[in-house]
Structures are given as C-alpha cells and as structure tokens.
Ligand binder design. Structure first.
Ligand code: PMP
Length: 336
C-alpha cells in the first residue's frame, strides 16, 4: 500500500471496473472511476496540468493569482491545487450555481465573483468575458481558459490515456466520452489512436447539444436545446474539441441519462454524476448495436454525491418528467 506525500500525488491512477450486472450486448464494458480523484472528478487532472504548465512557462509566479470562469468541477480541481500550492484563486460563476458548490469552494479559500447567468457571449457580464477582462486588469494573474488551454488535453494524453492502455492490457476497441471543454475526448483520442489506430472514439452527447450533430453531419447547428445533465454538452465547438478525432456520436436524453445513473448504482454499486449517466446510457446503446464482441471503455467523470437531491431523488425526477410512476415502483422493487 502506497503512502502519498500530499493530496496532489493522489490525482490520477484511478481504478477501472467491468460492468457485470447490466446487459452490454456482445461487448465488454469497462468504467474508469475518475470520481476517485481527491477533488471528486476527472477535472483534478487538468487543474494540476494547466497550473503546472503555467508555472513552467512563467505565466504563473509564486503567490500569483489564478482566474477561471467555471461553475463546475474544474473550479473544485483548481481550488484544490491552488490551495496546496499557495496561489490565490478567483472564480467567476454564473448566479444559477448551487450553494453547496459555493460553500465547498469558499472553504478551500476561493474568492467567488458572481455574475449573471442570463447573458451570452459579448455581454460585459458574461462569465467567460469577465474572466478574460479581470486577468488583463489584475497584475500577476493567469487566466486558465480550459476551453483553449493545450495543457487540458495534454493531461489526458500523458496520464488518463496511458493508464487506460495499461489497465486494458493494450486492447481497447472503443472509448465513449462526453464533451464539455473537449479535453478528455481529444486527449484520449490522440493518445489511444497512436497506440491502437483502429480504435473508435465515440462522443456521448446530451440531446440538445450541438457537438454530436457536428460529428454526424459536419455542420455547426445554431439550434441549441437545453438539458439537465451537468458538465457535458455545448452550444459551440470549443477550441480544445478536435472533431476530426471523433468517429461516432450517440445521443442520450436526460431521461435515459438519469435512468442509467440509477441503474449503475442499483446494479453495479457505483454512484456516478449525471454526465456519467449520459456516458453509460450512450455506451450501452453503442455496445448493444455491435455485431462483434468489442472491449469498450467509458468514464465515471464525477461522483453522484453532488446530485443526491436531484438524480437520486425519485420525487425530483417525477416532478421533472424524468421518471414514470411505474418505473418508480420498478426501481423500488429493484433496490428492496
Ligand atoms: N463530466 C463532468 C461531470 C464534467 O464536469 C466535465 C467537464 N465539464 C466533463 C464530463 C467533460 O470533460 P471535458 O471538459 O474534458 O470535455
């Protein structure tokens, strides 16, 4: 058993587990548990990689200020790494964000700047534009910009990809991943296709997002919907999302995603977040459509602890039209 020197050394080297109690068609489906990172998500890896890249090229000096616009797991990862390394962190957050996340970030020493969530790109209070402007105004500050920062996919080229390759005994036919910034899918695709050129990268996208549609048709649609799954799905193609590396697209609705997350917990004992629901629902669709046996990997991107009152609460699901009453009884039967 390893004793770590500090919490940052615990980022990465996450376990892999096979799905054994859910029908995966002719395929074998494996889950990489990114929820086991110390900050609770896959984003710890890129937080460390983007901060260390900025230290190395001199954009970040001891005692400097890190700035990012994020409402999600990247913020938690950055807060963890910044606190350990002694940097100040300012996060610009749209005001629809849950209070639990804000308490967690503040307890890690983060300065939160709230802004409007009802304004889009080009508006002075749009959270991404505010981050860029603040970084210009605050001396010694560094704007992380996970959507375009090359140290984001690099973390997956250098760590997540090689870990999957070793854990899968150098034999993976497909990887199913979501796109938030695109760092995961682009980094994994770049590394894994370099070692297994016929590997297929599959995007799992929430219904309403335009990224999967762009993979399928080559068109960038302006017809954007809305979805409740958090952390994946976009209304634009982020610079870090390399569409040319993605081979297939599978869409999952919120209802399918939440049902898959619940089934994963009930049958496999794994408490994943809502994006994990989209990934598992899409991976199962892809696996069941195959005619040959394949070895498929997908990710548990973060833990379900953050979503207990929503995804894991039948009343909330029913209120939001995501669970039928009969299904509710089936779920109860399955658990009791
Ligand atoms: N799942 C969750 C829960 C996330 O927070 C994110 C990142 N926003 C992703 C998946 C997608 O990862 P990436 O940014 O690398 O595309």
């Amino acid at each position: 058993m390893t004793v770590y020197g500090n919490v940052l050394q615990m980022i990465g080297n996450t376990p892999m587990v096979e799905v054994t109690n859910i029908d995966t068609g002719p395929c074998r489906l494996f889950l990489k548990l990114e929820s086991q990172n110390p900050g609770g998500s896959i984003k710890d890896r890129i937080a460390l990689s983007m901060i260390e890249a900025a230290e190395q090229d001199g954009r970040l000096k001891p005692g400097g200020t890190i700035i990012e616009a994020t409402a999600g797991n990247t913020g938690l990862g950055l807060a963890l790494v910044a606190a350990q390394k002694g940097y100040k962190l300012i996060l610009i957050i749209p005001d629809k964000m849950s209070l639990d996340k804000i308490y967690h970030l503040k307890a890690l020493g983060t300065q939160i700047v709230m802004t409007r969530s009802d304004v889009g790109k080009g508006h002075p209070e749009y959270y991404q534009d505010m981050a860029e402007r603040m970084a210009e105004e605050i001396p010694g500050s560094f704007w992380v910009n996970q959507f375009a920062n090359p140290a984001n996919p690099k973390a997956h080229i250098e760590t997540t990809g090689p870990e999957i390759w070793e854990q899968m005994d150098h034999d993976v036919d497909a990887v199913v991943a979501g796109v938030g910034s695109g760092g995961t899918i682009s980094g994994l695709g770049r590394y894994l296709k370099s070692v297994q050129p016929d590997l297929r990268m599959v995007i799992a996208d929430p219904v309403g997002s335009i990224v999967g549609h762009a993979v399928q048709t080559g068109e960038i649609s302006t017809d954007v919907g809305s979805w409740l799954v958090e952390g994946i799905g976009e209304d634009f193609i982020p610079p870090n999302c390399d569409l040319s590396i993605i081979d297939d697209a599978v869409y999952a609705s919120d209802k399918e995603a939440f049902a898959a997350a619940r089934e994963l917990l009930a049958k496999e004992g794994i408490l994943g977040g809502t994006s994990t629901g989209t990934l598992v629902a899409s991976a199962l669709k892809w696996c069941r459509a195959q005619t040959e046996p394949k070895r498929v990997v997908t990710l548990v991107c973060d833990t379900g602890n953050k979503y207990l009152a929503k995804a894991y609460n039948d009343a909330w699901l029913i209120d939001n039209g995501l669970l039928d009453r009969e299904q509710h009884h089936d779920l109860r039967d399955m658990i009791t």
